[in-house]
Design a protein around this ligand. Structure first.
Ligand SMILES: Cc1cc2nc3c(=O)[nH]c(=O)nc-3n(C[C@H](O)[C@H](O)[C@H](O)COP(=O)(O)OP(=O)(O)OC[C@H]3O[C@@H](n4cnc5c(N)ncnc54)[C@H](O)[C@@H]3O)c2cc1C
Length: 299
């Protein structure tokens, strides 16, 4: 029996065959995957993972695809998208939200409920799960500052909840990067605030992003981590004169040197080649090993 038929019989959720990953990444790159499955509940997700393990099928979780570079090769396995895990419950200053919920949508809901603390995330186009995985952040704050706990599926496929202090958070770092866990939901703790003030802060920051980031092109945000609090990757790249430098359809943004944009039907390999070129030039000139913030998938 074909895997698709097995999963259809199990009724785990929506299943697409030969799905183009470029439709699911903000870079708009990525080849076809065998199956693209969107589980409709946490129970279905667990059943799906059990079956894939049992059949030894490769899989990868994807959130909103805003921090991944998916290769042009066929992904021989299952891509699991969690966008249907999107339940949200607000109880005073405490929010319980599932991993597939859009972070930007959540920031607007928090503002409308007079809840302050999540404003930093108003321009981060990921889902809650992807943001926790990356410990996404901006403006000197990040997910670890507002999370109380995270519930995930562990390696034995059991649901487990850990407090924020137990999740190994650091600068764009969490234990989820070193384990095969799947984040399913979290508890966020915010503070009472004033809707107008929260909206104003979010709008100011949105304006700053529009002015400083190439949002008119497909990208996945900052490419490299900053080597330290005082050394900025964008500045190093700009000082090397690499703004506007391109390989294939991928280009170092003229607006922000730490962004690579897909300006002309780039492939993931164009982006990777450009990343390697930048790393080489930065190493040559400054003897610094730049670390990529984005994740390579299926290379
Ligand atoms: C224009 C733009 C601006 C950006 N600005 C910022 C910024 O200011 N700060 C910042 O930190 N980032 C920024 N980003 C990058 C990106 O939006 C964040 O890293 C975001 O948190 C990624 O979430 P995602 O859902 O898109 O994750 P994806 O890109 O889909 O996945 C990222 C990684 O997380 C894993 N993953 C996703 N969901 C789960 C889950 N439920 N369980 C386990 N693993 C999971 C995936 O397997 C993958 O390895 C920006 C991106 C863009 C395009």
């Amino acid at each position: 029996m074909k895997l698709k038929d097995i999963l259809l019989e199990m009724n785990v959720g929506d299943i697409k065959e030969n799905e183009e990953m470029k439709s699911h990444t903000t870079y708009k790159v990525g080849g076809v995957c065998d199956l693209f499955v969107t589980p409709s509940s946490i129970d279905n997700l667990i059943s799906l993972l059990k079956k894939l393990r049992e059949l030894d099928v490769k899989y990868r979780i994807i959130g909103n695809g805003s921090n991944v570079i998916v290769s042009s090769k066929r992904f021989k396995g299952v891509i699991i998208n969690l966008c249907k895990l999107n339940k949200l419950e607000i109880n005073e200053e405490t929010i319980c939200v599932e991993a597939g919920y859009s972070l930007i949508k959540l920031t607007n809901i928090c503002a409308n409920n007079n809840l302050a603390g999540l404003e930093f995330a108003s321009g981060i186009p990921g889902n809650v799960g992807g943001a926790i995985y990356m410990n996404a952040g901006a403006y000197k704050s990040d997910m670890s500052n507002i999370l109380e706990s995270v519930t995930f599926i562990d390696n034995k496929l059991n649901l487990k909840t850990l407090k924020t202090s137990e999740l190994g958070f650091g600068y764009r770092k969490s234990i989820f990067m070193d384990n095969d866990y799947v984040i399913v939901s979290c508890i966020i703790k915010l503070e009472k605030g004033n809707k107008d003030e929260i909206m104003k802060l979010m709008n100011d920051r949105r304006q700053r992003r529009i002015e400083s980031q190439p949002l008119e092109y497909p990208s996945a945000g900052s490419v490299f981590r900053n080597p330290s609090d005082t050394i900025f990757s964008g500045k190093l790249i700009e000082d090397l004169g690499l703004k506007g430098y391109s390989i294939g359809g991928a280009k170092v943004s003229e607006k922000h040197a730490n962004f690579i944009v897909n300006y002309n039907n780039a492939t993931a390999e164009d982006i990777k080649n450009l990343i390697d070129y930048i790393k080489e030039k930065v190493k040559e000139k400054y003897n610094i090993d730049l670390k990529v913030e984005q994740e390579f998938v299926n290379f």
